[in-house]
Design a protein around this ligand. Sequence first.
Ligand SMILES: Nc1ncnc2c1ncn2[C@@H]1O[C@H](COP(=O)(O)OP(=O)(O)OP(=O)(O)O)[C@@H](O)[C@H]1O
Length: 599
Amino acid sequence: MERFNFTVIQRFWAIAKSYWSSDKKWQARGLLLLVVILSLGYTGLSVVLNNQRGAMISALSAQDESRFWHTIIIFAGVLVAYAPIYAGYTYLRDRLGLQWRQWLTEHFIDHYFQDRSFYNLAGGAGEIDNPDQRIAEDIRSFTQESLAFALVVISSLLGIVAFSGVLWKISKPLVLFLVLYALVGTLLTVGIFGKPLVRLNFAQLKREADFRFSMVRIRENAEAIAFYRGEERESEQVKSRFDEVFENFKRLIFWQLNLNCLTNAYEFIPFILPAIVVAPGIFAGDLEVGKVTEAQGAFIQVFFSLNLIVARFQELTSFGAGINRLYTFAEGLGQVESNKGQEESTAGDSVKTDSTKDEEVQGTDSKERQDDAALTVAAAHPTITTEISDRLEVANLTLFTPNYQQMLVEDLSVELSTGEGLLIRGPSGCGKSSLLRAIATLWNSGSGTLYRPEPEQMLFLPQRPYMILGTLRDQMRYPHLNAELEDDKLHHILETVNLPDLDHRFGGLDARQDWSSVLSLGEQQRLTFARLLLNQPKYAILDEATSALDLENEASLYQRLRETQTTFLSVGHRETLVDYHQRILDLSANHTWQLSKRE
Ligand SMILES: Nc1ncnc2c1ncn2[C@@H]1O[C@H](COP(=O)(O)OP(=O)(O)OP(=O)(O)O)[C@@H](O)[C@H]1O
């Protein structure tokens, strides 16, 4: 159990330290210091308030009017200072939490897009589920909760120091009993409830994210689902995802019920124990009546400070689960060093729910075996070498699917001469798009050398047109959104790709739309072709980029492309495409290839 807690703390620190030692560290530390000072201030004032409450009761029971009013005046005076200090404390705490969140979110987003991690993680076997939820929600709760918890720990320590003095004066055995009682309670709670609650909270986060994702997919594929009349199946699917949320939550609240039974009984004692201990002194006339209130106030403060872990255990377990999710994500992004080997048993345990534990552990094992196997395979095989050059050429290229499961092309050598068009053909599934992936350096499983120009000199038009979120102008300028282009030029290009009234239809070049829903596939293909004609890169790679167009539109676009200086490489099935290319590369299903010149 100790080891388990230690792992979570280690993981917490691995994520947290990046901010607290970043270039923003002095600002962060300064703000934290201010928050701690304010928390010191309000703890000090609460000690005074507690004393005065006791004094007030004593004055009332002794019918001492002037002492009563005196305490009331002090009370009011302290409150005047207490209210703004406490408000300032919560404000600055939340402000610091927000700044931390901003920094950490940007840090994760930077790593997510660095080295194409978003693509590599998506292509993996899905160990890092729902990265969107991890960035949007796990980071938010991580920063808020860690700050809230750290400050609670600090104020608890202050509370212990401030109030145990008060209590010590009233009754020493009471203090000793308190320490022992809190210690036993904490060990019991962590021992019994720690593992299952972190596990269930982890699963809850995942299942909530899966459920939400299934709803997002429906929104994105609404039309296809409507055509298939797939409502029933989709509704079943969403409901079954929600059932998983429901079942896990049921288990979670059952464990919380058990925890509450223990903590409620356990937290009841502090309310009566001080009275029992102080009562004999009062009966004997040695102590004032108000001492009961004072002792009770101090006892409760010290008790809840010592009892921090038990009192906040539910939040702590969900916090721990969030830390685990964020840590595995950071590990996947290469932000923190992977120490899988050391943590194998604990990390695996910490993420499984009771009912699914066995199958998921098996799943994890087989995933790890697959990963290990993939690493062994990758180590045993060479990878494709890429060299930046002013030409586009593959030399002796043998290409496999990732993990080397399937050979796609064997010993291919071809160079693209400037101004020339090359068409790649072949049966479906033979590896045409994969060859483009290799040229784009998305895949490197295989051997041979790829000579390619700088990425900025190449533009890829993938099989499925990609419409960005933004204006029509952005759509056309993508991926160079900062390019300054005159409206006239944009209009002219729209005409060239046979979309002359597109901007009028949607309210101008600055109109914002969900372009992938409002444009037909052919219109989207023409719009991506507009990007190509605007950018005029040195090399263009077109993967069935005109497959949804009629022959006339296709011919016109290729004609325009040939008028530019761009050297292009196309993949496609249509016979008519041959007319626009000088050379043809035919790939076959048995990894052989043939290069020919057009007659
Ligand atoms: N991420 C992947 N992991 C493993 N295999 C893959 C992956 N992506 C594609 N493949 C496999 O690689 C082979 C080649 O796929 P590719 O997309 O290159 O075919 P293609 O020739 O472009 O087909 P089409 O003409 O149908 O578009 C296929 O058998 C496909 O199943």
